[in-house]
Ligand binder design. Structure first.
Ligand SMILES: C[S@@+](CC[C@H](N)C(=O)[O-])C[C@H]1O[C@@H](n2cnc3c(N)ncnc32)[C@H](O)[C@@H]1O
Length: 182
């Protein structure tokens, strides 16, 4: 678990530097916010409380393995998104179009419109399934889903302004990649 978290954040940072240069990348690119730290702390607490009081709960290896597979798949989808979008993939949503910003619709973006978010959702829920943490699994699924369900319409409002009918046609053809988000 610690390895998965360390790999996720350090690779986000390295990729951000390689696409945007070290001068425009801040520690925000590590994607560690106060809420995120709180969620991770809660999940570790749940893990240790349950291993103490209900050790049997942590012995379902097949569930842990399902979580590990989700972590790997989520990581791959997210990193493919970052590499495919290149400079267009900024951790902060752009509200002004920059000259180099082109609409990306190939690779993983031809399967879903938000592969970065889809990958993160799978990865984050996978970390909790891997730990056999029932409360955090449900909690992470709800909180992360809600975060993206609010973020996607906001992000797409600007993408529609930047790319107009080109984005409209893309959005009609390709699903969002986050369940129940149009
Ligand atoms: C954190 S990235 C997330 C990209 C995408 N939502 C995803 O999940 O892969 C956010 C930035 O990507 C840009 N973006 C999102 N979709 C894009 C696309 N299909 N082509 C180009 N830029 C895109 C947005 O303008 C925003 O500034």
């Amino acid at each position: 678990m610690i390895l998965a978290v360390f790999f996720f954040h350090s690779s986000e940072y390295v990729l951000a530097i390689s696409f945007h240069g070290s001068s425009s990348v801040t520690l925000q690119s590590l994607l560690i916010s106060k809420n995120y730290l709180f969620a991770m702390l809660f999940s570790f607490m749940e893990y240790f409380v349950e291993i103490f009081f209900f050790p049997g709960l942590k012995e379902y290896w097949w569930i842990s393995n399902v979580g590990l597979v989700m972590v790997i798949i989520g990581e791959i989808i997210r990193k493919l998104a970052i590499i495919t979008a290149g400079q267009a993939f900024t951790h902060l949503i752009k509200i002004h179009r920059e000259e180099h910003h082109k609409l990306v619709t190939h690779g993983v973006y031809s399967c879903v419109r938000h592969p970065g978010y889809c990958g993160f959702l799978i990865w984050s829920v996978g970390t909790q399934i891997m730990l056999c943490n029932p409360i955090s699994t449900i909690g992470f699924a709800i909180v992360v889903w809600k975060f993206f369900a609010e973020r996607i319409p906001y992000e797409e409002y600007f993408l529609r302004q930047f790319f107009g009918p080109q984005y409209e046609e893309y959005a009609q053809r390709v699903p969002s990649g986050v369940p129940f988000v149009e």
